[in-house]
Design a protein. Structure first.
Lengths: 461, 147
């Protein structure tokens, strides 16, 4: 390690990224080291204390939980260890819908400072409310994760999420301001204006969905914008899962470092966990605010340490809506060994699939993320794809549409069909189901500004 | 002496060829000959134009998948046996003709998904539809004139 790096001032813009590049993760700033680097014992003790309070609070203030716990014969005083969380009922999205709009709120609306709702991609929206303390905790969680991504006070952050009811826009906005960044609230859309503002205002941080960041990248390239000379250094992604191939491609083409974070409206919004620069495939969970469990989605029983299962979250001491054991339907595994970045907070594998995203095709389980992984490994096509499932002659037919890169085009049906056959062969090797591959013109697959919709299931029900 | 053929990858869907033609029009490029072949789901559009560089630039700016390749362009005398004579020259030398199409003719052939409806639509437009009888008549008239 060089002498110069030892004396590096990581509070300077860009210095954190340089330190990470040099492998000096220990030199990176940490927003709240007393929590983020606490011992596992201290974290667990804090979680237990807060869990007891949370259950008592929910029992006292939310009729739904009081009735539920009474029915199950569980009293708040039965929570004596962290494992006792299993005595509590699960909460599913359906509960939040049935109690729409304010049925689960634990405080009168007088004490609520902000309402948000989920994007409703899978049904009616779910509405959530935040008290002053909730807002404070939320913005702190986000300040921590943006610092984890190498952002420092003084960075200029441009918002390319839509604001509105979506938690991502305001969540990141508050968290970046909390850290000490200047916010440019551009919002989503008007891509050329985004690029102009990056150049004019010297934007160093871009907040976007990965699909939209890719779109900004492509539009910039078409405009002749030189991303290498651009002031932009960090991409903060969210709103949809970010496949590693897409992230790597954006990093290469835009010359930035990109991280993504995890969260969901029902428990808070973004900020539940975030990616550090040392471990790029996992995210540190804000364990002082969220108790996590990983369960078998079928049985509801815990899976073994470090095994894959459905993530269940209990926000700790959240005042607006104290949700108990929220079933995320997101599949992940959680690891508790310390991280090279110095944090001791548990890390969850990035969520690549949901228990309810799974497609069953001719009896075989297929996840869209598997298709994405195969396609990102094939250089003739872009990472954009679309999946269609149809019924043909009583059988399931899987169709994968993938976008040809302009430079991969050959003026020969033979060459193009050979490419199709090679992609189909690779997909079959991973999925164990033979798909039909369709090549689509460059730009022919719709770019989503919000959540990208990848699957079109047209099967006869 | 070869000419530059421009090939474009296009999905076999309404409007996709039109998009390419609009790009040419915008760039002031004149199409002198073309062919469109498909596999059912995607196709390759091939064009001979007056300004291939301008055409390629317009296509690339629009993000199209396109390539230029050299092809041979011949002008035949319109007499029976002429096509066979020219093809024979290449065949004797063992050169395979992968595909061929004719250009600078305003007679064009279209194969569509709905022939009846397409014909009815075009019948209302200021464009001349050619019947099988018309083709036979043109050949017969020419033969009579030459006799």
């Amino acid at each position: 390690m060089s002498e110069a790096m030892d004396s590096i001032d990581v509070t300077k813009k860009g210095a954190a990224l340089a330190a990470a590049e040099a492998g000096r993760f220990d030199a990176l700033p940490i927003y709240k080291p007393e929590i983020e680097c606490a011992s596992r014992e201290d974290i667990r003790a804090l979680q237990l204390e807060k869990l007891k309070e949370t259950v008592a609070y929910a029992y006292e203030r939310v009729p739904y939980y009081r009735q539920k716990l009474d029915e199950m014969g569980v009293a708040p005083s039965d929570i004596q260890t962290l494992e006792d969380v299993r005595k509590l009922p699960f909460t599913d999205k359906a509960v939040l819908r049935e109690t729409f709009p304010f049925g689960l709120f634990a405080v009168p609306l007088d004490d609520i400072r902000e309402l948000h709702s989920s994007s409703g991609t899978t049904g009616k929206p779910v509405v959530v409310g935040y008290t002053d303390d909730d807002m404070d905790m939320w913005s702190e969680c986000i300040a921590r994760l943006v610092q984890m991504a190498g952002v420092v006070p003084g960075d200029i952050a441009q918002m390319a999420f839509g604001y509105g009811m979506f938690t991502g826009g305001f969540g990141l906005h508050y968290g970046l301001q909390r850290l000490g960044c200047a916010m440019i609230p551009a919002g989503s859309g008007n891509t050329e204006r985004h690029i102009q503002m990056i150049e004019d205002y010297g934007t160093t941080v871009l907040v976007a969905t990965p699909s939209y960041a890719m779109h900004i990248c492509e539009v910039g390239e078409k405009m002749g914008y030189d991303w290498e000379k651009s002031p932009l250094r960090v991409g903060l992604f969210g709103g949809e899962p970010c496949p590693p191939g897409l992230k790597a491609e954006i990093e290469r083409r835009m010359h930035i470092v990109c991280t993504d974070n995890y969260g969901l409206t029902e428990v808070m919004g973004p900020g539940v966990s975030g990616e550090c620069l040392a471990e790029r495939y996992q995210q540190h969970i804000a364990e002082d605010h969220f108790l996590w469990e990983v369960i078998d989605p079928e049985t509801g029983e815990p899976v073994g340490e470090g095994e894959m299962g459905e993530l269940v979250l209990t926000p700790l001491c959240k005042q607006g809506i104290p949700v108990l054991r929220y079933r995320t339907h997101d599949l992940t595994a959680v690891h508790t060994e310390p991280c090279a970045c110095g944090r001791t907070l548990a890390r969850m594998d990035k969520v690549r699939s949901r228990s309810d995203d799974m497609l069953i095709i001719r009896g075989t389980n297929v996840f869209p993320s598997q298709i994405e992984d195969v396609l990102t490994g094939i250089e003739e096509v872009t990472p954009h794809y679309h999946i269609i499932v149809e019924t043909r002659g009583g059988m399931d037919a899987l169709i994968v549409e993938t976008e040809l890169r302009p430079e991969a085009f050959r003026d020969s049906f033979e060459a193009m069909d050979a490419l199709r056959a090679r992609i189909a062969e690779k997909l079959k090797g991973t999925l164990l189901v033979a798909p039909e591959v369709r090549l689509v013109e460059p730009g022919g697959i719709e770019r989503a500004i919000g959540k990208a919709k990848h699957v079109d299931d047209r099967r006869e029900k | 002496m070869t000419v530059s053929q421009i090939s474009v990858f296009a999905n076999s869907r309404p409007g996709h060829m039109n998009r390419v033609l609009d790009l040419f029009e915008g760039a002031g490029v004149s199409v002198r000959g073309f062919s469109a072949a498909d596999t059912g789901e995607y196709g390759i559009l091939r064009f001979i134009v007056d300004r291939p560089e301008a055409a390629m630039e317009a296509l690339k700016d629009a993000g199209c998948a396109c390539v230029v390749s050299p092809v041979i362009c011949l002008k035949l005398v319109d007499t029976p046996g002429e096509l066979s004579r020219v093809m024979g020259v290449l065949a004797k030398c063992g050169i395979n003709v992968v595909y061929s199409y004719s250009m600078i003719s305003t007679y064009i052939v279209l194969s569509t998904s709905e022939p009846e409806r397409a014909q009815a639509l075009l019948a209302d437009e200021p464009v001349e539809l050619i019947s099988q009888e018309d083709i036979a008549r043109i050949v017969a008239e020419r033969a009579a004139k030459e006799a």
